[in-house]
Design a protein around this ligand. Structure first.
Ligand code: PLP
Length: 394
């Protein structure tokens, strides 16, 4: 008889985005003359940039010619892309990586969740609250014990380690989804030192590193001394380059990390070569183009557009005196709604026809807060904030 993984029973139903989508749909059906502006989605709206499209087209054409056709690719990703990632790390953070420390992925979500394969289920997992839900759910699926570290206004939504913190593996997300908060060098150094001292592993999600504009904030955890001994970094081209539908990311597993005499890098290679057959050649060529000078300029100009939207959101919140954080080194603005975050969702939808994301969907500490994203168009962002201002001024 088949037996299921009973840990799935412990998963909280993932109703956040399905419920917001259903509520928006219902409102729109009942009020077809009141168009809803969606400021809740974590997806980008700008298309792939011209130099990426050119690279994808060229690679597609190569696949149709016998001499340039490619079958299965290199195990960790093509050399040309890993070299591009190496140069990118040197450029953004003066970080030196060995090519074999870089694993090309089909996005960060799969690697973040799959990395759990490498560890025994009696590890205690430390998870910030609020945060991107994948860390929690992928460990709940394995029945692991979870310890939460709380993000709140007092710590700027940047939880820090403390004496007596129980845990073996900690997830850090900086800049954070949903709060937009980002660790500075001193704070990350405290985490790295703590991890080394306590034999802890940091799984560092840098999916939004390209949004960082403040020089005091590291773009990679490897800018911090010692991090190569205790941290794995996950990154994605989804928000950097609009690859949410194209799918490409990369994971850095330093050679220096050895646990119970096993190289974590070699374990991940073994895991990936067994369970993953790589990101497509065409997509890897597109990703290579992202890291070219032209590609970086094009992608950063899209990011600048989103960040201008974030400024518009922030300015409107300033005008109506609503507390918020984020939006500077991040596409997310995290505001205090002063009521139950689902009630606030309904209020904005019904009164202003603006949809955001209730903070409680990202963890208990998100209750009373609300996430707006800068990924909509300029016109919609301006209009949404005008509508929000009006209901606050009523
Ligand atoms: N990490 C964070 C913090 C995210 O917010 C997201 C996507 O929203 C991801 C990872 C997943 O990225 P990808 O599209 O590369 O799977």
């Amino acid at each position: 008889m088949v037996k299921i993984n009973k840990n799935y029973n412990a998963l909280k139903e993932s109703y956040l985005f399905s419920t917001t989508a259903r509520k928006i749909r219902e409102f729109q059906t009942q009020n077809p003359d009141k168009p809803v502006i969606k400021m809740g989605i974590g997806d980008v709206t700008k298309p792939l940039t011209p130099c990426v499209v050119k690279a994808l087209e060229k690679a597609s054409a190569e696949m149709g010619v016998a001499e340039t056709f490619r079958g299965y690719g290199d195990e960790q990703g093509y050399g040309f892309l890993r070299e591009a990632v190496q140069k990118y790390y040197k450029k953004i953070g003066n970080v030196d990586l060995d090519a074999n420390e870089i694993f090309i992925a089909d996005g960060a979500k799969s690697d973040l969740a799959n990395f759990t394969d490498l560890f025994s289920n009696d590890n205690v997992i430390v998870i910030p609250d609020p945060v991107y839900p994948v860390y929690l759910d992928s460990n709940v699926m394995l029945g692991r014990e979870i310890v939460y570290i709380e993000g709140n206004e007092a710590n700027g939504f940047l939880p820090m380690p403390y004496e007596g913190l129980k845990g073996d593996i900690v997830y850090l997300c900086s800049p954070n989804n949903p709060t937009g908060a980002a660790y500075n060098r001193e704070q990350l150094k405290i985490w790295v030192d703590y991890a080394i001292k306590n034999d802890m592993l940091i799984l560092y999600d840098a999916a939004y590193e390209a949004f960082i504009e403040d020089d005091n904030l590291p773009r990679s955890i490897y800018e911090i001394e010692g991090a190569k001994k205790c941290a794995v970094e996950f990154c994605s081209l989804s928000k950097t380059a609009g690859f949410t539908g194209t799918r490409c990311g990369y994971t850095i597993v330093p050679n220096d990390i050895v646990i119970e005499n096993k190289s974590l890098n070699k374990m991940w290679l073994r895991r990936q070569t067994t369970k993953f057959n790589g990101t497509s050649y065409i997509v890897q060529r597109g990703a290579e183009a992202v890291f070219s000078d032209e590609g970086i300029n094009e992608c950063y100009s899209n990011i600048a557009y989103y960040k201008e939207n974030a400024k518009i959101i922030a300015k409107a919140l300033d005008e109506i005196g609503v507390w918020y954080t984020g939006g500077i080194n991040s596409p997310y603005v995290w505001l205090k709604c002063g009521m139950d975050s689902w009630e606030f969702f309904d209020l904005l939808l019904n009164e202003a026809q603006v949809a955001g994301t209730p903070g409680s969907g990202f963890g208990k500490c998100g209750e009373g807060y609300f996430r707006l994203t800068a990924f909509n168009t300029r016109e919609n962002t301006i209009e949404a904030m005008e509508r929000i201002k009006k209901i606050f001024k009523k």
